[in-house]
Design a protein around this ligand. Structure first.
Ligand code: MOS
Length: 764
């Protein structure tokens, strides 16, 4: 079970919004009122005069970097002279109460000169289109490419060529807990602590320090209990932490900022919408010979993680199929829409929706069963990927996960189109059932995105209990439970004797970001290494004391044991260690195996290992209304090894639930950059009542690169379902839906009735 289960279930866990301190002020942001505009003037006098208002700040009050960013420094914590989307902050208020802060922001007057905006990547790329950032006149955030083989020749030799376009929508993480922080100035006002709902304390620290012009050691970032993130609490939290820290240092008092749901939906980044053109060539026998892929990603107003998100898409865009010739271009483009960034899957759900739909469409074209078509092309041991990486050193279990999922859902291609014998009671229509599947391969951890390392600290206390610390945070996936298990197992001590410290830049060593499903793999490896080093030191002390080879010394809950009757209890043991100079407070750094990437042709060993997955879905479509019910989902995931099988199952249920929303319901609707779905009344999320029967299948092929063989699970569980459901709908109805979500109109009529889409298609 989880080490943090009781506090969460009983409501005793402290989330950032629960924290308060004497003398605390409340901070609020004034948001832009135009999606693209120059700020001509800003008048704060009226607001500042309101009773209870303690400070009003603008970009002029930021002492350090005005713009920040993980890759491209283009995002202001407060708009400098221009706003680029409706979630930009223009001014900050600190006041005695939240109500006063909210009221005060209404009394700040801003004079704008509206600028023409661009709201689709195509518009933004049109020559002469308004540029969002002076440094990037073409509105291109980044481009990635893959060039493998002779693509023209390969298409020339193909017997069948299919071209299709697929689109995915803008979606919201919808974490239960909106963004919240509490900033506390140091008594000498030379530094600041920010406690908050923060996914990555170390990256947050670097941006707070840069914006406030402080040394890193003057900035303490502490993660409070976090109510969900799913990749969503990075940039938006950097910005919020900077704002709160600025107010706190200015006022010399603690400042709390809590977004309500509408502010959260307005300002937080989302998952990229993609437009994807795929062209595939194959032989009549169903052997893929060529694939050309052109993708446009809407980055919105700021680069954020777009270069990394689109890089993962580039590596994984062909799906897990061996193809001799591949040409892929992925471009992320600035628009005046809400910016987009990391979200569980990180560039994979979009391309999987496209390529797995394409595989089914090709199967129909060739008259080959979709499973058989996949079997003829899928990655096997030693296969070569689009980036020319040989898949070796781990078990390539794609066919295994596919067969396990198909068996669980009782896949019967011949008997797929069973009409429900019972008519749909409410609508008068009938129910048509269908089955669909999707496959994926996924690179674990950061890959060639960046330096991949992780540090953990393990120290033995004089009573034999252990403190464990590392900067991988508990984002709700159970990371800290897994680390505690790994330390306990490695040291041979009971779980209860290990206490893991909070993810806090003053308490824990940097273990890299908690992203890319790297927690267990990278953090776990560092914990394993630190615990093993501590064990070695303990065995050395015991060996000296007992006159034995260290390997014969065992660790027990009472202390060290040697031969029959030889016992060294914890107290004397610690003293013996001090006499010998053997450290019992040990740090260890795990460096990921090497990866490489050649940018020009997009070739290289992109990730040091991969995971494989298959999800298969059974749906029932109401022919009168277009409503889709997902009845059953079989989800087979090879995560190397399940360190905590119960939590692994939780990941699968959660990933399927989120995938269901992406498949059927969710869409952040923007009109000219304005978010129309500002709360969960209009932004539709699946509920428990929508959940299918989920059949999770844990496939374990231990990976030599992982701690006890474990690698990744969190994101893969959320990348497949939309594709499987779209395939199942096509199987049930004959209607192919190439744009998410598969909502009523698309399923029933084949089109979307939403206004913004009419606008978009008139421009296409
Ligand atoms: Mo995660 S989506 O890599 O923060």
């Amino acid at each position: 079970s989880r080490i943090d289960a009781v506090e969460k279930v009983t409501g005793r866990a402290l989330y950032a919004a629960d924290l308060s301190l004497p003398g605390m002020l409340w901070g609020k942001v004034l948001f832009a009122t135009h999606p693209h505009a120059r700020i001509l003037s800003l008048d704060t006098t009226e607001a500042a005069a309101l009773p209870g208002v303690q400070a009003i700040l603008t970009a002029l009050d930021i002492p350090g970097a005005k713009e920040i960013g993980a890759v491209i420094e283009d995002q202001p914590a407060l708009a400098v002279d221009r706003v680029r989307f409706l979630g930009d902050g223009v001014a900050l208020v600190a006041a005695d109460t939240q109500a006063i802060a909210e009221e005060a922001r209404k009394h700040i007057s801003v004079e704008y000169e509206p600028l023409p905006g661009v709201f689709t990547p195509e518009e933004a790329l049109t020559p002469g289109a308004p540029a969002l950032h002076e440094a990037r006149p073409d509105n291109v955030v980044n481009r990635h490419r893959v060039r493998k083989g002779d693509i023209a020749a390969a298409f020339g030799q193909a017997e069948v060529v299919l071209e299709r376009e697929y689109r995915t929508q803008l979606i919201e993480h919808a974490y239960l807990e909106p963004e919240a922080v509490l900033a506390i100035p140091d008594p000498d006002k030379k530094g600041v602590q920010v406690i908050g709902s923060i996914q990555n304390p170390f990256s947050t620290r670097s941006f707070v320090a840069r914006a406030l012009a402080l040394d890193l050691n003057r900035v303490r970032i502490s993660q409070s209990t976090l109510g969900g993130s799913f990749g969503g609490k990075d940039e938006v939290m950097y910005i919020m932490a900077i704002r709160a820290a600025l107010l706190a240092l200015k006022c010399g008092r603690p400042v709390k900022m809590v977004n309500d749901r509408e502010d959260s939906l307005r300002e937080s980044y989302k998952r990229h919408p993609y437009k994807m053109r795929y062209k595939v060539g194959a032989t009549r026998q169903g052997k893929l010979t060529a694939m050309e892929i052109r993708i446009l990603a809407d980055a919105g107003a700021y680069a954020a993680q777009s270069p990394f998100v689109t890089w993962r898409s580039t590596v994984e865009a062909t799906g897990p199929y061996e193809i001799a010739a591949v040409s892929t271009d992925v471009t992320a483009v600035y628009t005046n829409n809400t910016y987009t960034g990391a979200m569980r899957g990180f560039g994979s759900p979009q391309v999987i929706f496209a390529v797995e739909s394409l595989m089914d469409e090709l199967a129909v074209e060739l008259g080959i069963d979709p499973v058989e078509l996949r079997r003829r092309n899928l990655y096997r041991q030693g296969s070569i990927t689009a980036t020319n990486q040989v898949l070796e050193g781990h078990t390539v279990s794609l066919e295994e996960v596919m067969d396990r999922a198909l068996a669980a859902i009782e896949w019967d291609p011949a008997g797929q189109k069973v009409a429900n014998p019972d008519p749909m009671p409410s609508s008068g229509g009938s129910g048509r059932r269908g089955l669909g599947l999707a496959l994926s391969f996924r690179g674990c951890s950061l890959g060639a995105e960046g330096l991949d390392f992780s540090t953990a600290r393990c120290s033995l206390e004089p009573d034999g209990s252990v403190l464990l610390a590392l900067g991988i945070s508990e984002n709700g996936a159970g990371q800290r439970t897994v680390f505690t298990q790994i330390a306990a197992q490695t040291l041979g001590l009971p779980l209860e004797r290990i206490r893991i410290l909070d993810a806090d830049t003053y308490l824990a060593p940097d273990a890299g970001p908690t992203v890319a499903s790297r927690g267990t793999l990278m953090g776990g490896n560092a914990v394993l290494k630190a615990a093993a080093a501590l064990r070695t030191n303990l065995q050395q002390v015991g060996g000296t004391a007992f006159g034995l080879p260290p390997a014969e010394v065992r660790i027990t809950p009472q202390g060290l044991a040697g031969r029959e009757g030889q016992i060294l209890c914890w107290g004397p043991l610690v003293q013996a260690a001090q006499r010998l100079g053997a450290p019992l407070d040990v740090s260890a750094t795990f460096q990921a195996p090497a990866v490489d990437w050649e940018e020009e042709r997009g070739q290289g060993n992109a990730y040091f290992t991969y995971v494989y997955a298959c999800q298969a879905a059974e749906v029932e479509v109401d022919t009168a209304t277009g409503q889709v019910r997902v009845l059953r989902v079989a989800a087979a995931h090879d995560m190397g090894r399940a360190i905590n099988p119960q939590m692994a199952l939780g990941q699968i249920y959660g990933g399927v639930a989120m995938g269901l929303g992406y498949a059927l319901l969710e869409e952040v609707e923007l009109r000219d950059g304005e978010t129309r779905t500002l709360n969960f009344d209009t932004y539709e999320l699946p509920t428990a009542a929508d959940m299918p029967q989920v059949m999770p299948i844990l496939v374990e092929n231990p990976d030599p690169a992982g701690p006890y063989g474990a690698k990744s699970l969190g994101e893969p569980t959320n990348e497949l379902l939309a594709a499987a459901v779209a395939n199942a709908i096509a199987n049930a109805t004959g209607r192919r839906i190439r744009e998410l979500p598969c909502d009523l109109e698309r399923v029933l009529l084949g089109i979307s009735l939403r206004e913004k889409r009419e606008k978009r298609s008139s421009q296409a």
